[in-house]
Design a protein around this ligand. Structure first.
Ligand code: F6P
Length: 748
């Protein structure tokens, strides 16, 4: 419809111009040309008659004059002839001579050359008077009357042909204009689309269309970015991030769309203990962060069913509703064989990628068999995502380094899905990453994501550098996007956090009570001063370094011997891997050595608890302690630091925090230490035990404000909002595309 209008309107304008301006103009010109023609012709006839007429006039022979006139009238266009004497009397005239014409018709002297067009009944006639001379004396004038109806006929023909000719030209020009306009419109649309998507102008294909846009492109992109970041900052700071906020985002921004989470670790394990089944919440930062999010959003959490009673507790389609006491969402358990688990989880993920990404001086081990298992398991999870997806475009939140290949596999099977991948561990520099034999496949897999998140900008930058080094792609560091193989991935920093406020009965228990209970339960002295460390038993956590700092502290400050107790809660982890078994032995041995050195009676300075603790128990230790010591050698974020802060609603306690954690970028009021610097750590321990209460309060208050504001609902909400915006953009683009196709179809 619009296409035909674009053609018809200019054509109609051109036709009106032709009819009312061009044709009358051409008509006037042709008339003038014919008049001039007739004038010349008239003069020629008059000159030719001069000589034969003069003797006949003198002779006064009427018959001879009229015979001569009749002979001349043989010319079809000469209509009548007459002769006027010098006194303007019409002496001779042919029978056809119009009555209206007299010798005075022109009012001119007989000596003057006069021509005039006169209207009469049959149409216009051309009347010309030409003086006749003999020996320089005027003896009369010849009146020549030409019939001009042929001029009229020709003029009508000319008008017709001119009209046709110009109409054809106008139609051709309109058509060409429409085609050119359509082509450049497409170019502009493509250009603006790319612009909205945040693409720049380097790509050969886009270059042609977008050259004209260049002058405005940068300004437009900057404007969009400014508006977005303004909105983001304004929105973020104005929102009170809570489970309700997340529900609102899902309701309003995502219109209740389907959310699936995929992680290796499940949030609730069912374990068989003799004849009972127990539910356990694993020691996992990932679970700590995502569980409250899932409680708020509902949906399905797909994870490896690794509990000994997991199979007994699922329904026919491997689902189980959780939390057990107040079901809010469901787990879909994926079963792995022992070989699959050995190759994928203990092998490629935790003996390869884990040490590769953590610069903690443990060599990664890469084995082809592990890689094959990793691929197989990723594919198994992709199948499960497809099975669980009730729509063709779910939002899938893929978690962590266990699933680097999964985003691409999902994209291939569900091209309309929005895949948000979050990498919970650090991303190393390109040189370090480059030792992985399957580095390109891992990058390719991750770039199947719509959004890829890291905890810190530093890790995002490392990822950009790595992709730049190993893949043919286009990286835009202004918009933080990577275009690769026709897809675009937004790479952003989303610092993970914990729920706020903490959801735990322990928070109802006064700090003094927690202290008394912990001391009593562990047989510590009633005035024992506690510092706590909480980790999985993992070599990246800096547990050995922490113990060495305790040893150094007691060396330097012996007055604390007998009073100071360092409680290390160490959740057993990945214990089938040699590296982890060795590590546990080393930790136990070091604790034994230090305790041997400083023990007095029943007192030992290090209380090492290698066992699983439920969150409520862990919070009790946090509340009972003077300080919490986080000494990771390399850590994406470290949520223990945030949990400690969140648990201290009494605004007391000191956080000692490794500079190599993502958390140290946010919790600046902690005592930031280098875990490799044993003296500095010992000094921090001393400072934490002697810090005035007012300073503890100021520091803790500030850190609590930070964790409250940047809680896990904000982390998830920010990603979901970005996903919502991305989905809205691609729907708008798809609609624009459909509209354009419709126009072309109708126009064709
Ligand atoms: O730190 C990476 C991570 O996946 C965390 O997200 C999680 O807390 C931890 O490892 C759990 O490890 P696993 O699932 O192997 O016990």
């Amino acid at each position: 419809m619009r296409l035909s209008l674009r053609f018809i309107v200019p054509l109609a304008v051109a036709l009106a111009l032709i009819a009312y301006a061009v044709v009358p103009l051409v008509d006037r010109f042709t008339l003038k040309w014919f008049e001039r023609d007739l004038d010349i012709r008239t003069s020629l006839i008059a000159n030719a008659l001069q000589e034969p007429l003069e003797p006949l006039i003198r002779e006064g022979s009427r018959t001879k004059v009229l015979r001569l006139f009749d002979r001349i009238l043989g010319d079809e266009r000469l209509f009548a002839l007459g002769f006027c004497n010098p006194n303007h009397v019409l002496v001779y005239k042919t029978l056809t001579f119009p009555a209206k014409v007299t010798c005075a018709v022109t009012g001119a002297e007989p000596a003057a050359n006069v021509s005039r067009v006169v209207e009469q009944g049959r149409g216009p006639i051309h009347v010309a008077i030409r003086p006749l001379e003999s020996d320089g004396v005027v003896y009369g004038s010849l009146v020549l009357v030409h019939d001009m109806s042929f001029v009229q006929r020709r003029s009508d023909d000319t008008k017709k042909y001119v009209f046709y000719l110009f109409t054809v030209i106008a139609a051709i020009i309109s058509l060409i204009t429409v085609v050119i306009a359509e082509l450049s419109w497409r170019g502009w649309v493509a250009g603006f689309k790319a612009l909205i998507r945040g693409e720049t102008f380097g790509r050969a294909g886009g270059e042609v269309h977008m050259r004209e846009l260049r002058p405005v492109a940068r300004d437009l992109q900057a404007l969009i970015r400014d508006l977005e970041s303004e909105r983001r900052t304004r929105d973020d700071s104005q929102i009170n991030w809570s489970p309700e906020t997340l529900r609102m985002i899902l309701r309003n921004d995502l219109k209740g769309e389907e959310v699936l989470i995929v992680s290796n670790r499940e949030p609730y394990l069912h374990l068989r203990r003799n004849d009972r089944i127990e539910v356990q919440r694993p020691a996992s930062g990932l679970v700590t962060a995502l569980e409250p999010v899932m409680r708020a959003c509902s949906g399905t959490w797909i994870a490896h069913g690794s509990g000994s009673a997991d199979r007994e507790t699922v329904d026919g389609s491997d689902h189980v509703m959780v939390p057990p006491d107040r079901p809010a969402y469901r787990i879909r358990r994926v079963w792995l064989s022992q070989e699959e688990e050995a190759g994928y989880y203990y092998g490629f993920a935790n003996s390869g990628l884990w040490p590769l990404c953590h610069i903690a001086h443990t060599r990664p081990t890469f084995r082809s068999a592990d890689w094959e298992a990793y691929e197989t398991v990723n594919r198994k999870f992709a199948d499960t995502v497809v099975q669980e997806a009730a729509t063709r475009d779910p939002i899938v939140l893929v978690q962590d380094y266990h699933f680097a290949l999964l985003p691409r596999m999902i994209r291939e099977r569900l091209p309309d899905a929005t895949v948000i991948t979050f990498w919970h561990i650090p991303w190393p520099n390109p040189e370090a990453f480059g030792i992985c034999p399957w580095r390109e496949s891992i990058l390719d897999g991750l770039l199947g994501s719509s959004i890829l998140g890291f905890h810190t900008q530093f890790h995002c930058n490392n990822f950009f550098d790595t992709v730049d080094r190993y893949l043919e792609s286009r990286i835009d560091r202004e918009t933080y996007t990577i275009s690769y193989g026709g897809d675009q991935t937004a790479v952003h920093r989303y610092p993970i956090s914990i729920e706020w406020p903490l959801h735990s009965a322990t928070m109802e228990k006064p700090v003094a009570q927690c202290r008394a209970d912990v001391r009593g339960r562990n047989g510590f002295a009633p005035d024992a001063v506690l510092v706590v460390g909480v980790d999985r038993l993992d070599y990246t956590k800096g547990i050995l370094e922490r113990f060495l700092a305790v040893e150094r502290f007691l060396e330097l400050e012996p007055e604390w011997i007998g009073k100071f107790v360092f409680v290390q809660i160490a959740a057993p982890s990945r214990s089938r891997i040699d590296e982890y078994q060795n590590f546990e032995e080393r930790v136990r041995a070091l604790a034994r050595r230090i305790n041997g050195r400083f023990s007095v009676g029943a007192y030992a300075p290090i209380c090492l608890k290698v066992e699983h603790h439920e969150p409520d128990e862990v919070y009790e230790y946090y509340r009972a302690s003077e300080a919490c010591f986080v000494s990771s050698l390399h850590d994406g974020m470290n949520l223990v630091a945030k949990e400690f802060v969140a648990s201290r609603d009494d605004e007391r306690g000191v956080l000692i925090l490794s500079q190599f954690t993502g958390a140290s970028r946010e919790l600046a009021e902690a005592l930031i230490v280098n875990p490799y610097d044993v003296d500095q750590c010992a000094a921090a321990l001393r400072l934490s035990l002697t810090m005035p209460e007012a300073e503890q309060r100021d520091r803790m208050r500030s850190m609590r404000g930070e964790v409250q504001e940047f809680n896990v609902f904000r982390w998830a909400g920010r990603m979901l909002l970005d996903a919502a915006q991305m989905r809205m953009r691609s729907r708008l683009l798809a609609r624009a595309d459909r509209g354009r196709k419709l126009i072309s179809t109708r126009g064709a």
